[in-house]
Design a protein around this ligand. Structure first.
Ligand code: UDP
Length: 161
């Protein structure tokens, strides 16, 4: 019996890039995936908020319009969400069931964020990856992770930076 029923894990872009510092390091993601699978196999419901700083950070965009720069940052989180989802699904050829939900609608790519639908996925043992942060500029994915943790009533919120 696990100590926690439902957890929210924040994976920063930096963590996903590993030593490469930019882009995605699949050795690192596989290692995260193996730990996540152990939790899911133990009956823990797992939600993940991904950062995007391995591709883009709004606040480092110089003279660019900040809202536009933050939109780019949120899109970067979707690249990470899809990359992590794919890895979790393929893990050891017996991967996890995963759904990606985004706070900015892009229905051809992922489900829109719907809290109750996420809860239903958890009940079915699926991992839910939340992309696009809060969906609003001037926020960070840490804030989004705290928000989603509260919304899904996570027992604990972990952050891998
Ligand atoms: N972002 C945003 N609103 C949010 C979450 C993120 O505008 O609710 C943008 C912002 O530009 C941010 C980028 O997405 O710099 C990537 O997120 P963050 O810097 O939090 O990623 P991390 O540092 O965790 O990799």
């Amino acid at each position: 019996m696990s100590k926690y029923k439902r957890v929210l894990l924040k994976l920063s872009g930096e963590a996903l890039a590993g030593d490469k510092k930019i882009g995605l390091d699949y050795d690192v993601i596989t290692s995260f995936g193996k730990s996540i699978k152990k939790c899911v196999d133990a009956g823990v419901e797992v939600g993940i908020v991904v950062g995007g700083g391995n591709f883009w950070r709004g606040r480092s965009s110089g003279a660019m319009d900040r809202t536009r720069a933050d939109h780019m940052g949120m899109l970067a989180t979707v690249i990470n969400a899809l990359g992590v989802a794919d890895e979790l699904e393929q893990l050891d050829n017996c991967g996890l069931e995963v759904r990606v939900q985004t706070a900015i609608s892009m229905p051809q790519v992922a489900e829109p964020y719907i809290r109750n639908k996420a809860m239903r996925h958890f009940e079915k043992g699926r991992v839910v990856i939340f992309g696009c942060g809060t969906g609003n500029p001037f926020f960070s994915t840490d804030t989004a992770a705290a928000l989603r943790a509260a919304e899904i009533e996570a027992d604990i919120f972990f952050k891998a930076t």
